[in-house]
Design a protein around this ligand. Structure first.
Ligand code: SF4
Length: 358
């Protein structure tokens, strides 16, 4: 069975979507709001601009997909959002509260509100703890349950993520990759967070279990209504799970749109290229589709190209693109695009035609 066979059609999440506003605190605020987030690293070779001015909102009950090539900075955004990595600029708000500069100690009681599920569950689960203890630990750490109540809750969560009661007494190395990822999800959800950051949660798994873990995430998100930043390079998965999608290139967002619109009508030439490389379930459509092959590698974030960062690989680049930075503009319908050639009504140039031209 291929992922295309096993992943159902995009779900209707209209009832889950709530307005993602920048303002407000507590219940009226978005689960996550990043404003001009930057993460620069100093190295012997110079300054690496891993994330450079990313603004993004995840509303309550909303799933926002963050996609891009490896090295685009998407995982660093996720790590900065939960303060596992320190932002060097901009702000991070969770439930309306500015957590950008909170000390570790001040942040500790808030950690129940947000969790990150890593790609590699084997390194994120303590090998010396049983599965039952791993799941119950956040409840105990935050003083949310007695030892007995935490154990009961862990047993419930095991069932909710499709594991059996006897798994509670096993150690992580006794489980398969898919089972370990289910444990990671159960632990993250044990304290009922408002925000889950899922960083490539299925990419380390066998194809045969990827769809099952993805379906589990979708079901839990629908039932519990937490906001989710879903970081992935798997376009099929993001189309299935996300309400909105942001596309990153070299540390910046180049396009953001509701998922169905992004897939139906990608505007930024980079998004067009990315989607053209994704497999389509229908072989007839696949045969007729023009693939945009980008020339060259992703440039180094040590020295991003001037002007539009994509100009060294863009089939539509002109003189203006080489000198003038395109602003990330909000177009009609709420789409955001950073390209000089996309008009305000969203009309976009055809990157495939330009790439095919002699
Ligand atoms: Fe391509 Fe120019 Fe648009 Fe950048 S601004 S994506 S180089 S057309």
């Amino acid at each position: 069975m291929t992922p295309a066979d096993s992943i159902p059609a995009p779900r209707d999440t209209t009832d889950l979507r709530r307005s993602a506003t920048d303002a407000g605190t507590g219940a009226s605020a978005p689960a996550l709001h990043l404003s001009e987030l930057t993460r620069h690293f100093r190295t012997d070779q110079g300054t690496v601009k891993a994330v450079d001015g990313v603004s993004l909102t995840v509303g309550r009950g909303e799933v926002v997909g963050l996609v891009g090539e490896s090295g685009s900075g998407k995982s660093t955004v996720g790590r900065c959002a939960v303060r596992l990595d320190e932002p060097t600029g901009g702000t991070v708000r969770i439930n309306g509260r500015d957590v950008t500069h909170l000390s570790r100690r001040a942040l500790r009681p808030l950690r129940k509100d947000f969790h990150l599920v890593f790609q590699d569950s084997s390194s994120s689960l303590d090998p010396r703890m049983t599965v039952g203890r791993i799941i119950a630990e956040p409840l105990r750490l935050h003083g949310l349950a007695s030892k007995t109540a935490a154990r009961t809750r862990a047993a419930e969560l095991l069932g909710q993520v499709g594991l059996r009661p006897e798994h509670a007494d096993r150690y992580p190395h006794e489980l398969s990759g898919g089972q370990r990822q289910r444990v990671s999800i159960a632990r993250a959800l044990s304290v009922d967070p408002d925000l889950l950051i899922a960083d490539e949660p299925t990419s380390a798994l066998d194809v045969s279990v990827q769809a099952a873990v993805l379906n589990l995430l979708a079901d839990l998100q629908r039932d519990r209504g937490f906001g989710c930043l879903f970081i992935t390079h798997d376009l099929e998965a993001v189309e299935y799970l996300a309400d909105r999608i942001a596309v990153m290139y070299l540390g910046q967002i180049v396009e953001e749109a509701p998922a169905p619109e992004l897939f139906a009508r990608p505007a930024h030439p980079y998004t067009q290229a990315l989607l053209s490389a994704a497999p389509v379930p229908d072989p007839a459509v696949q045969r007729t589709r023009e693939r945009i092959v980008l020339s060259g590698e992703l440039p180094s974030p040590l020295a991003p190209p001037p002007g539009c960062r994509f100009h060294t690989r863009c089939p539509l680049a002109d003189a203006r693109c080489r000198t003038e930075i395109p602003e990330l503009r909000t177009l009609s319908g709420g789409r955001r695009v950073a390209c000089h050639l996309v008009s305000t009504d969203g009309t976009a140039p055809d990157a495939a035609a330009a790439a095919a031209a002699p």
